[in-house]
Design a protein around this ligand. Structure first.
Ligand SMILES: C[C@@H](N)C(=O)N[C@H](C)C(=O)O
Ligand SMILES: [Zn+2]
Length: 244
């Protein structure tokens, strides 16, 4: 009996010391990964990390990210992001995005969220704003937030995205990303469906995107099917620091 108690004691001592060692290795690894991220990222990305924003793919690696402003395939026609290649968002909106992605995969195991933009520096907002100078300011503000007021993207709490298959093929939403016109307006979908300018499938795809995003607390806007806010502009300004 004494022998049995002794071996039990010995076993629990060994396993708790193993657990403690394992935890401290894990903590060290987490620290190292944060450090190496800081070391390897560009100044803009480093600043976002220092401001407390998180890399969306670190929160959920199954979310697909293709930052359009980091390519030439955008309405500016130039890579305006330079070294920014990762999507950074405030922690809470990033966690909400993870929940939306999980919900989407529960409904459709082969689908993923595909993010086109998230946290966006104010300096880039100014470039986007001045690119659309052919529109008068009121009309322009439907498509790009006026940098004088700031975009919710500039606070890391708005996201532009679509749905893709697991191999990265975007679903047909009826217009491309950053199509600045009525065909992209969520408020006009019924109208364009009746006019046969949007198909039932295209509208169903947009509704699926809105359903998963709104189920976790994101809000859509009237003029762009791809844009979602985690908080209002007023709240963003109260709780988050602007990304300069
Ligand atoms: C420019 C477009 N992708 C976008 O995000 N527009 C909204 C309105 C914004 O700039 O906040
Ligand atoms: Zn947007």
């Amino acid at each position: 009996m004494r022998k049995h108690i002794f071996s039990l004691l010995l076993f629990s001592l060994i396993s708790s010391s193993f657990e403690a060692k394992h935890k401290s290795v894990e903590n060290e690894e987490n620290k190292k990964s944060a450090k190496s991220q800081m070391a390897s990222t560009c100044e803009y990305e480093k600043k976002m990390l220092q401001q407390g924003l998180v890399n969306v793919r670190e929160i959920d690696a199954s979310i697909l990210v293709e930052l359009k402003y980091s390519t030439t395939d955008n309405f500016v026609g130039k890579d305006v992001y330079g070294c920014i290649t990762n999507c950074f968002m405030q922690k809470r909106p990033a966690e909400m995005l993870k929940k939306a992605n999980t919900l989407l995969q529960k409904k459709h195991p082969n689908y993923r969220l595909l993010v086109y933009d998230g946290g966006r520096p104010l300096s880039i907002q100014k470039v986007l704003w001045s690119t659309l100078s052919q529109y008068p300011p009121r009309e322009r503000a439907k498509y790009v937030a006026n940098p004088a007021q700031g975009s919710i993207h500039n606070y890391g709490s708005a996201v532009d995205l679509t749905i893709a298959t697991a191999d990265g093929k975007a679903l047909d939403m009826g217009t491309k990303y950053d199509y600045f016109g009525e065909l992209a307006y969520p408020v006009k979908e019924d109208y364009f469906l009746a006019k046969k300018k949007l198909t039932k499938q295209q509208v169903a795809n947009r509704i699926l995107l809105r359903n998963v995003m709104e189920a976790v607390g994101f809000m859509h806007i009237d003029y762009e099917w791809w844009h979602f806010n985690a908080v209002s502009r007023r709240e963003a300004k109260q709780i988050y620091q602007i990304i300069e």
